[in-house]
Design a protein around this ligand. Sequence first.
Ligand code: GRF
Length: 202
Amino acid sequence: MKNIAVLASGYGSNLQAIINAIKNKKIKNAKIALVISDRADAYALVRAKKHSIPFLYINPEDYKYRTSYDCEVVKELQKHKIDLVVLAGFMRIISPCFIRAYHNKIINIHPALLPAFKGTDGIGDALSYGVKVTGVTVHFVDEKMDNGAIILQSAVLIKETDTKESLAKKIHKLEHKLFPRAIKLILEGKIRLCGRKVKVML
Ligand code: GRF
């Protein structure tokens, strides 16, 4: 049994997709052992509670430095014997000590086709740039933002009639398929890292 931790700052629809994938056995031999949020009002915490998943709100204001906050997070992850850390809308930059503690065991989902449109508004930035195709990226987390090796990507066509809301809807729908798929592949040992390239062994 592998233990997953999900870190989320907001609505937690990706957390929900992972909960569902475990429930209906798309992801096997795994459980979400911990949900952590940096926001007390994150709906992700409500979802964790509803599904009897242990959850923690760790308040950044209680820590003077990013590294001391991250040390606390790592302490909790170790306490819960976490094998894979899933960042699902966790709106904080992760410090090197955290990345070293979970080397190649932290993954993130980004709502654009990296390396395009890094940052906090991947959907809005792609739309206002005028690209015709955008999408979703699941990647390993390294010390630079939205930079680590790409595990899976999937594309979405942007129509002239799309608004930020309609595009976000399409992106989120895709995220909810792609993230559980990536987690399943990792936990089944089907992901090999070769430099910054990821091989999927099917
Ligand atoms: C997602 O769009 C994800 O790509 C980004 O943050 C958003 C989180 O959404 N990193 P939710 O909280 O999972 O609904």
